[in-house]
Design a protein. Structure first.
Length: 164
C-alpha cells in the first residue's frame, strides 16, 4: 500500500509590522551615506529606485520635485512605512467616522506607517525637492489607483510590479 503524498506549498514569511517598517525606514534615513549618492531628480515624474528586496519586505528611495504626487493609491494589501529624509511633503487621506479628508504636513524626519488597507496621496507642495524612504511588507505585487470625487474615492485602475 502506498501513502498519498500531498504537495505542501512553501510557508510564506510573516509580514513585518508597520512599527517594524517604520523603524527600518527611520534608521536608514539617519544613514544618508548609504543612499544619498543614488538620488536623482526628474522633472517628468517622481524618480524611484529599489534599495533592497527580500522575501518579507522591500525598500525604495524616492525623490520628489515640487508639484509631483502619487495620486490616491493603496498598497495591494501590503503593510508599509515611509519617512521624509530630506525636504517636506504633504499626505492626504480619508479617515474618521465621517470619512473626512485629512491633510498632514510631513517635514524632514517625519515618519508614517500603515496597515494593509490604507489609502493615501503623497505630494510635494513645497518650494524645493524632497527625498523619502519607503518599506513594504510583504513586497508590493499590485497597487490600485483612485480618483477623489465628492462622493468619495473611485477605483480607476490597478498596476502590477512590471509597471514600476
Amino acid at each position: 500500500m502506498t501513502a498519498d503524498l500531498q504537495t505542501v506549498p512553501p510557508a510564506q514569511p510573516t509580514p513585518r509590522t508597520p512599527a517594524a517598517l517604520r523603524a527600518l525606514v527611520t534608521e536608514l534615513a539617519e544613514r544618508p551615506q548609504e543612499w544619498i549618492h543614488r538620488v536623482r531628480l526628474s522633472v517628468d515624474e517622481r524618480w524611484y529606485e529599489q534599495l533592497s528586496l527580500t522575501e518579507d519586505h522591500e525598500v525604495w528611495l524616492i525623490s520628489w520635485l515640487p508639484g509631483q504626487s502619487t495620486g490616491f493609491h493603496d498598497h495591494g494589501g501590503s503593510r508599509g512605512a515611509f519617512t521624509v529624509a530630506l525636504g517636506e511633503l504633504e499626505e492626504l487621506s480619508l479617515g474618521g467616522t465621517d470619512g473626512a479628508l485629512h491633510t498632514r504636513r510631513l517635514p524632514t524626519g517625519a515618519a508614517r506607517s500603515f496597515g494593509p488597507d490604507f489609502l493615501h496621496d503623497v505630494r510635494n507642495t513645497g518650494a524645493g525637492p524632497a527625498v523619502t524612504i519607503h518599506a513594504y511588507s510583504p513586497p508590493l505585487d499590485e497597487m490600485a489607483r483612485y480618483e477623489l470625487r465628492a462622493s468619495g474615492l473611485r477605483l480607476t485602475g490597478r498596476e502590477g510590479r512590471e509597471q514600476w
